[in-house]
Design a protein around this ligand. Structure first.
Ligand code: BES
Ligand code: ZN
Length: 459
């Protein structure tokens, strides 16, 4: 049952909550770029100060990478009520290409009920919704039915490399009944969602090197391999005309979708024309035999994320570049393992690389796919909270993105993870003009306030 005091607190503070999110978004906390290290830290510091202001016990926990913000609602040495972790990340993706933004990425602006800025949706608006809900409990003197610990990290967008270690070291104090994460999506405000599966990820960088310097393409062209051409040929062989990844062993561990899941996926609201329009593509492309919904959530992929070689400056420069590089990631589904997939990709690349160039392969971050049964009492409680906050039936989703730490929460803390995303499909996460609908922000706060009594009742 919604609590009227809390509801009015949320209503009365609506503008302040928007201003607060703007403050949060103004930090260019791009974890991937060393030049932003200070900004990332400042953002974490701001969060700690904010958490203290609303009455939480908060501190900054250094890691070998970016710090973790830890904040709890209880003052006792150990939790006394059902204990839940709320996880989020304050780091954001790089902003380029900057010229495609309609307003500067770190100068948030509201337009027609949407807040534009890098990190508004992924993930500052989503974890702030939970913090605001807790603030409403604390400031109205309403007893929180659960003890909560916020774990907000600064390395999610680069693979959460140091968080597993942090969980391991703090596993005693982080023992809990479950982890709640709002860092996924929902099909629309009329389809609040519980996500029960995420794809895993395996990243790698490859470099193809030819001559020991850039060469005049007229003087030498035709007699030496062009590394950019060689790289393109290598990459083009990784996928066949039907959209299948052409790497031996790549699909070995893939668990086929059951008929039941395919039926459920087919029920989600989707229009091919709308999807094409939303993405600005002429036609869709994907692995033959699967629907777009299946392709982007329940099938593995290999994508080129970045491709660099030769002259990128103004005008032209007639050279054979000395080298060419690519950044690749594979999205994984149950039961693929990041290490095994990386090995298969690397072995295949080595096998098909021509003798005219040198090939170097660097393994990057990895995360296992996530799948859990949405039939348990906590998932049911979460579904009830979603339905009562959004006033629409909730849907179950498999999603294509990755949150590498979710499996580690399960493995290290031996606990359940509930993914209750607040992002909309047109939020432009990782793209120019990222935005967060203020309705999602508000509804997210309501969801959070209603979640704790529901979870306490089943914990
Ligand atoms: N919020 C996303 C993950 C996500 C998005 C899950 C949409 C489901 C639906 C998260 O911030 C993210 O972008 N994760 C990265 C992880 C990677 C860098 C290891 C991703 O999926 O690319
Ligand atoms: Zn992201």
């Amino acid at each position: 049952m919604p609590n009227t005091q809390i509801e009015s607190y949320l209503r009365d503070n609506q503008q302040r909550f928007i201003d607060l999110l703007c403050e949060h978004v103004r930090f260019p906390s791009i974890s991937a770029q060393a030049e932003h290290r200070k900004d990332v830290e400042a953002c974490a510091g701001w969060l700690v100060t904010h958490c203290k202001k609303i009455g939480l016990q908060a501190r900054l926990c250094p890691t070998p990478g970016h710090p973790v913000v830890l904040a709890r609602t209880f003052t006792t040495p150990a939790p006394r009520k059902p204990h839940y972790i709320v996880y989020g990340h304050y780091d954001v993706q790089p902003v380029d290409p900057l010229d495609l933004w309609s307003s500067p990425p770190f100068e948030p602006v509201v337009q027609k009920g949407r807040l534009f800025g890098r990190g508004t949706s992924d993930n500052k608006g989503q974890h702030l919704a939970h913090l605001n809900a807790v603030e409403a409990y604390l400031k109205t003197g309403t007893e929180l039915p659960c003890d909560l610990t916020f774990v907000i990290e600064g390395e999610e967008e680069i693979g959460s490399n140091h968080l597993a270690d942090f969980l391991q070291k703090n596993r005693q104090s982080l023992k809990c009944q479950g982890v709640v994460i709002s860092d996924t999506g929902m099909p629309s405000l009329k389809h609040p969602a519980l996500t029960y599966a995420l794809r895993g990820i395996a990243a790698l960088g490859i470099q193809v090197t030819g001559p020991d310097r850039d060469l005049h393409s007229g003087i030498y062209g035709g007699s030496v391999e062009n590394p950019a051409m060689a790289l393109c040929q290598l990459l083009a062989q990784l996928r066949d005309a039907d959209g299948r990844i052409a790497i031996p062993g790549f699909y070995d561990d893939v668990v086929p979708l059951s008929d039941y899941e395919r039926e459920q996926l087919a029920r989600l609201p989707y229009s091919e024309a709308g999807y094409k329009k939303h993405l600005g593509v002429k036609a869709l492309f994907g692995e033959a035999g699967f629907t777009a919904g299946e392709q982007r959530s329940a099938r593995p992929t290999l994508e080129i994320n970045g491709l660099t070689s030769g002259y990128q400056g103004e005008g032209s420069k007639t050279i054979i570049p000395s080298w060419a590089k690519a950044k690749l990631t594979c999205r994984l589904v149950p039961n693929q393992k990041p290490e095994k997939v990386l090995q298969a990709v690397a072995a295949h690349l080595k096998k098909i690389c021509p003798p005219t160039v040198r090939l170097e392969i660097k393994a990057g971050h990895g995360g296992a796919p996530f799948l859990f049964s949405p039939d348990g009492p906590k998932a049911k409680a979460a579904l009830r909270a979603l339905e009562s906050a959004f006033k629409h039936p909730a849907v179950l989703l498999r999603e294509g993105g990755s949150i590498p730490i979710v499996n580690e929460f399960q493995r290290i803390l031996k606990t359940d993870v509930l993914l209750l995303g607040l992002a909309l499909p047109d939020d432009n996460a990782h793209s120019p003009n990222e935005k967060f609908d203020l309705a999602c922000y508000t509804q997210g706060m309501r969801l959070s306030t209603q979640l704790w009594p529901e979870l306490a009742a089943v914990s």
